[in-house]
Write a protein of this length. Structure first.
Length: 217
């Protein structure tokens, strides 16, 4: 599919998820089928050792950007945008570094406070009482989506994680992160490959810094 086609398809899905109101739901309202689906998603994510994919990102204004995603669990991530977007996000196993190649500045973030938590955690737990609370599950032929919030700060936003579900097998297909202001950003993955060797050198941050490096509060 072309970038324009992905933009149109993603825009419709992003809008429908962004306008949903999972905050009104609660894990107590999940039925047995939902709990089974959550357990399947947990098992899939915890079974990942590495993930490689191309991505299309669609922001709330409809602007699309593309790039490459590399993950090596736990803790390692490289989220690199194609030119002319100057942004690189890389986690060598601890902080998530947001780097602007134009400004040559880096900001360090706690990845547990970012939408990347479900890709980087040593062990993903979606069960009641865990750090992340599932507030909605959508199941349909070929698709599984769970929406989760930070159990301690649900007002900070939410993430809807999407899986293709074919022949009883799950495959991560993307996610929609909605921030505290209700602004959604959708990531759609394609050419996904999992559990293949990935060199740790891919997660080394060695970009030049001209101005400063700061720690995000």
């Amino acid at each position: 599919m072309s970038i324009d086609g992905l933009r149109r398809a993603a825009a419709a899905a992003l809008l429908s998820i962004a306008l949903a109101s999972p905050a009104a739901a609660d894990s107590a309202a999940l039925d047995d089928g939902d709990l089974v689906a959550i357990a399947r998603a947990e098992a899939y994510l915890n079974g990942l050792t590495t993930l490689q994919a191309r991505f299309v990102q669609l922001d709330s204004s409809g602007e699309a950007t593309t790039g490459m995603l590399l993950v090596k669990r736990p803790g390692r991530l490289r989220f690199e945008y194609d030119p002319p977007t100057p942004i690189l996000l890389v986690s060598p196993g601890s902080d998530l570094i947001y780097y602007d190649r134009d400004l040559k500045t880096a900001t360090r973030l706690d990845w547990e406070d970012t939408p990347a938590w479900f890709l980087l955690a040593d062990r993903v737990s979606l069960s009641p009482g865990g750090p992340y609370r599932v507030v909605d599950v959508q199941r349909s032929p070929g698709l599984l989506v769970f929406t989760a919030v930070d159990a301690d700060a649900p007002e900070d936003g939410r993430i809807a994680v999407m899986f293709a579900d074919r022949s009883g097998e799950l495959k991560l297909s993307g996610w929609v992160a909605v921030d505290a202001l209700g602004q959604p950003t959708r990531i759609t993955l394609f050419n996904v490959a999992t559990n293949l060797p990935v060199d740790n050198k891919a997660f080394v941050f060695d970009e030049p810094l001209d101005a400063h490096e700061r720690q995000d509060p």
